[in-house]
Ligand binder design. Sequence first.
Ligand code: ZN
Length: 248
Amino acid sequence: MSFDLRMAELNKRIKEANKIVFFGGAGVSTASGIPDFRSKDGLYNTKDAQFEKYTPEYLLSASCLYQHPKVFYEFYRQKLDCRDIEPNITHYKLAEMEAKGKLSSVITQNIDGLHQKAGSKKVYEIHGTTLVNYCTWCHEYFDDDHIFTSSEPIPRCECGGMVRPDVTLYEEMLPQKEWEAANTEVMDCDLLIVAGTSLTVYPANSLLNLVRDMDKLVLINRDETGWENKAGLVFHEDMTEVFSRIEV
Ligand code: ZN
């Protein structure tokens, strides 16, 4: 089916649906200039002599945070400072869909806070967020400036404890409450739009198994994911192109 026909079909399904849920990954933020961790030219494949002896997975792991915190924060500050990044058309269109009562919620694997910045209200951040940080000793909360502008190599709380991002690192469990809410959202929706995710990470990808009717699943991703045969509508076109043509 041609792109035009698939767009018409997508707009028809959106019009007919009453409770749409969006589930997105790194690809949603690439148009804002945040590299996709797993893509060919993404963060994981950027050559950086300073970090070369570590794998990117290690640099974003709980082991690295607690065993080599200086290395962790050096990498984190260089690569994950999202404070000056702006949302793109996909974020804005989703916020508009929510404001008009079409979209129930956004479930995201991103930690950049761009959906909220675009105006989305109900966002489930299943891998946490760089915007929230807390003391590992007394659990006092800190904003992202505290991490990114700290003059000390390891950001500290007044109590002396290390301040860490509320981000799900490798080796850590997903935040239970967010994850359960995301599952409920998907089970209750009448259209799930999945976009910008390679769907390789478990358990995040298992959300798709909750959709039994393939007509209720739309997949938008530049590359093949292996989940195409579960979706009634598939787009390998550029996401911003698809979203710019969604009529709300
Ligand atoms: Zn503290």
